[in-house]
Design a protein around this ligand. Sequence first.
Ligand SMILES: [Zn+2]
Length: 202
Amino acid sequence: MKCRIQINRPDVVDATIHAIDKTGIIVTVYGSDKPVAIPLECLMDIEKFINKDGEYFIPGTICPVCGFENVTFDTEIRTMNPYGAGEISVEVVNNICEDCEERGDFNGVNDVRIEKACQEIVNKRASESIRKLHDMNIATIHIETSLGIKIGSINRWITEGFPMEAYALLRFIEFKPSLIDIAKAGYLCVDELFEKEEENDI
Ligand SMILES: [Zn+2]
């Protein structure tokens, strides 16, 4: 399948599509003999396909309602603040079926992009929180043993991806580091607090 793609804006080049699936496409750009794989989630950032009417489209995108391939798209910037970790802006895609006017993310690329951006900001913010706790002389290993987390988990999470639930907990610890001591003491003072409240009730 021949197509025209826009790689270095505003240059539009001719290319041949060899394969298309849900993960991306394999193309050879005219003038080169080396096929290149382009993941679908990158496609809309760097390569834009243009149909006969000069509209951008993504080859292989099928309208889920009418089943035709006459699908174009536009993009919008969505801002969010996941877990209060900081504001992020993500470019999301709205596919538009030119035949039946159905709109949506037909290839499911937005969830992947949003998740990736959220994870990046959470990782960044989590390592800042850990650094702050270090400055307060609270060692990573102390947090791990107090909470009963496997030693080494926190550093691994910082490199591999901080779990969102753990990050939410970390925010509380950063806000009130004495929570760590409560955990270390087996949550005894929490029980005591409840006992006191019960006594007061009587
Ligand atoms: Zn349609």
